[in-house]
Design a protein around this ligand. Structure first.
Ligand SMILES: [Mg+2]
Length: 281
């Protein structure tokens, strides 16, 4: 059943009046693949629910995404002008895959302030991989980009046209060049993502938000993809609640199941609403 926000206000009021739930919640949500499918706009149900949450004094909400702040804010404001994170002190955007935290009241925090070597190490790794590729193929059949990831937490290697069949070989070379600090993921398209594991952006964002808000008693983390695995595991190991929408990749579903989290029956934003309705209202 798709949860709706009808009557939620009433439930919140009843809970508050009965003094059942005064704990402060931190809710961390991935954006792409979790709140919405790809570049699709947020659906009405998701928009209404997010609006309820940002106006709820019991909740601190953080959107944790690989997208840059401008794009996340733009898509939220496009969905509803009242979903503007600039309007709320309890609304955080953690972009750069969690490596940067922006909030209207607290300003900007960046993982590079604590780990200034991250970017340099990412470039060193790219140089190493490029040298190996040139050694083997005489040129680079793959090109890398940080895209928006200016803090060096994720490097994406994409095959040049017609070179997709080299994906397994190239993955092998990337594996040889990387150590325990990195997680290498090969997608069906031939794209390879190299995630920084130690320190990783999204788990860092969770710890940072808890430092900002030591009064938080309950944390809920929902994600769908490879770049959510480290955050979901980090949260679960701290005893927090994790969940995923029905469209999540299998690895996420297995992790959520392993830690007794909530697997929604609905996909994307409807799945998020389903999980949060159970936990918050
Ligand atoms: Mg995602």
């Amino acid at each position: 059943m798709i949860a709706t926000v009808k009557g939620l206000k009433m439930l919140v009021m009843i809970n508050l009046l009965m003094n059942k739930e005064n704990d402060l919640y931190l809710v961390m949500l991935d954006f792409n693949g979790t709140l919405t499918k790809g570049s699709d706009p947020l659906n009405k149900n998701t928009i209404s629910f997010l609006l309820e949450m940002v106006k709820d004094p019991r909740i601190i909400i953080a959107i944790v995404s690989s997208y840059p702040y401008g794009e996340i804010r733009g898509r939220l404001c496009q969905a509803n002008k009242d979903l503007d994170p600039r309007k709320y002190g309890n609304f955080y955007i953690c972009d750069e895959n969690g490596g940067r935290i922006l909030n209207q009241e607290r300003g900007v925090s960046n993982i590079l302030e604590e780990y200034p070597h991250l970017l340099e190490e990412a470039f060193e790794l790219c140089n190493k991989i490029d040298s190996k590729l040139e050694e083997k193929y005489g040129s680079r059949p793959y090109q890398w980009e940080f895209k928006q990831f200016t803090v060096g937490l994720v490097i994406t290697y994409r095959p040049l046209l017609g070179k997709e069949e080299l994906k397994d070989e190239v993955k092998g070379i990337v594996d040889e060049c990387t150590d325990d600090r990195w997680e290498v993921v090969l997608y069906g398209s031939g794209t390879i993502d190299i995630f920084r594991k130690e320190p990783a952006g999204k788990p860092w964002a969770l710890d940072k938000l808890l430092q900002f808000h030591p009064e938080v008693r309950k944390v809920i983390v929902i994600g769908d993809g490879y770049n959510d695995l480290l955050l979901l595991e980090h949260a679960a190991k701290k005893g927090f609640t994790i969940g995923c929408p029905a469209n999540a990749i299998n690895e996420v579903k297995v992790l959520v199941g392993k830690y007794g989290g909530i697997l929604a029956t609905e996909k994307y934003g409807d799945g998020v609403v389903e999980i949060l309705t159970k936990l918050l209202y």
